[in-house]
Design a protein around this ligand. Structure first.
Ligand SMILES: Nc1nc2c(c(=O)[nH]1)N[C@H]1C(S)=C(S)[C@@H](COP(=O)(O)O)O[C@H]1N2
Ligand SMILES: [Mo]
Length: 386
């Protein structure tokens, strides 16, 4: 009669879910995992690009590439697109592997404990990254911390734990990579719903969320953009607006007697009429918001380079731009030499041939090639040669 004694010593084993099909085996985990890994890899690299364009280390600030003009548009479109696709892939991957939560005993050895801990870290950081990103593009911040630094820091945790996971699982991944792996042959072919159906459904779901959101940056697909928070073309002058003039506190009082101030070795100031009397340049450039929407427009105005030269700026100078806006994270922006000298970087006065609307930065805004939207400062008050 040893059984009752033992039952008293060990907690009862929870009844694990049982599956007869092949959808929770290592081959399914590998098949879904490699798509998820690819989405995460693209998302991570494009996230780094976005981060370092916005927060370059001081030694790199003067050397960031201002070309190709559409570079940031493509990379941030990919970042948000792969991030959205990763939500579907991650949910299916978690569903495929969740029976492993119930392995018994829960911990077999120190190595096993570490492996489970690293998976817990991976799941937590990956879930955090995709959902915080999703809420950010909806501009919903139901948390007490600042999005950008936390999303950036946790991306490294996710990337590290994914690499560790791939290293630990390498033998299994290798064994189940090919279609004819021995593991799959051992299983009855007719068991439960087929893996191919799952993969087709997964592909259809990823395709559906991608097609209904990617139009926010891929303009030819704009008509299919049903689910993205922003729609290219919806807004004053056919361009979306994140922060309106009213929200930024830029009203008539702030605009009365507006003059652009330029500080440098030879400081000066100009009225809007005087700016319009300077040589005007037109440039077709996109606004590419970090939240994923982007749209190209025709901007007109004065080259920043010309304004800096007139202030006696040395050719390698950077410039600090300050907005009329009274608060807000994007009131002050700095731009390095490559952007400041680029002939397409403008102090824009017009959009599509019309004066800028208040929400797009009247009387003047910055528009520069290959640059995150947050740095395209609106309602410019002052340029300072650095
Ligand atoms: N002064 C100021 N400039 C700003 C912002 C802001 O909040 N304040 N928002 C930025 C962001 S996040 C984007 S995407 C672009 C959008 O420009 P638009 O509203 O003209 O489309 O403006 C940028 N310029
Ligand atoms: Mo933005």
């Amino acid at each position: 009669m040893t059984a009752p004694t033992r039952r008293r010593l060990l907690p009862a084993r929870p009844r694990p879910p049982s599956f007869s099909g092949r959808l929770h085996d290592a081959r399914t985990a590998t098949a879904v995992g490699r798509w998820l890994g690819a989405a995460f890899a693209v998302c991570f690299v494009t996230g780094l690009i976005s981060h370092y364009l916005q927060h370059p280390p001081p030694w790199a600030a003067g050397a960031l590439p201002s070309r190709p003009v559409w570079g940031y548009r493509v990379s941030q479109g990919l970042h948000v697109g792969t991030g959205i696709a990763a939500i579907v892939l991650l949910l299916v991957k978690l569903w495929a592997v969740y029976p492993r939560l119930f392995v018994w005993p829960p911990v077999r050895s120190v190595r096993h404990a570490l492996e489970r801990l690293s998976v817990a870290l991976l799941v937590a950081s990956a879930v955090f990254e995709v959902f915080s990103g999703l809420l950010n593009i909806a501009e919903w911040y139901p948390w007490p911390f600042s999005f950008v630094p936390v999303h950036f820091a946790v991306a490294w945790v996710a990337a590290g734990s994914i690499l560790l996971h791939i290293a630990v699982k390498a033998p299994e991944i290798r064994a189940h990579w090919g279609r004819r792996s021995p593991g799959t042959l051992a299983l009855p072919a007719q068991d439960g719903p087929d893996r191919r159906t799952l993969m087709l459904g997964l592909g259809a779901a990823v395709g559906a969320v991608t097609l209904t959101t990617v139009g926010q940056s891929v303009t030819p697909l704009a008509r299919l953009d049903l689910l993205a928070p922003r729609h290219p073309g919806h807004g004053p002058q056919g361009l979306p607006v994140n922060r309106t003039a009213a929200a930024a506190g830029v009203g008539e009082a702030a605009l009365r007697d507006w003059r652009l101030e330029v500080l440098g070795p030879l400081p000066y100031s100009l009225t809007r009429a005087q700016l319009l009397a300077l040589p005007q340049v037109e440039a077709r450039l996109p606004i590419a918001c970090v939240e994923g929407w982007s749209v190209e427009a025709l901007w007109g105005g004065v080259r920043i380079r010309d304004l800096l030269d007139r202030a006696g700026a040395p050719p390698g100078a950077a410039v600090r731009v300050t907005s009329l806006e009274t608060g807000g994270a994007y009131r002050v922006m700095e731009m390095g030499r490559t952007y400041a000298r680029d002939p397409l970087t403008l102090l824009a006065l017009t959009l599509g041939g019309e004066p800028l609307s208040p929400d797009h930065g009247f009387p003047a805004r910055i528009i520069a090639p290959n640059r995150p939207g947050v740095l395209q400062t609106k309602w410019v008050a002052r340029l300072e040669v650095l």
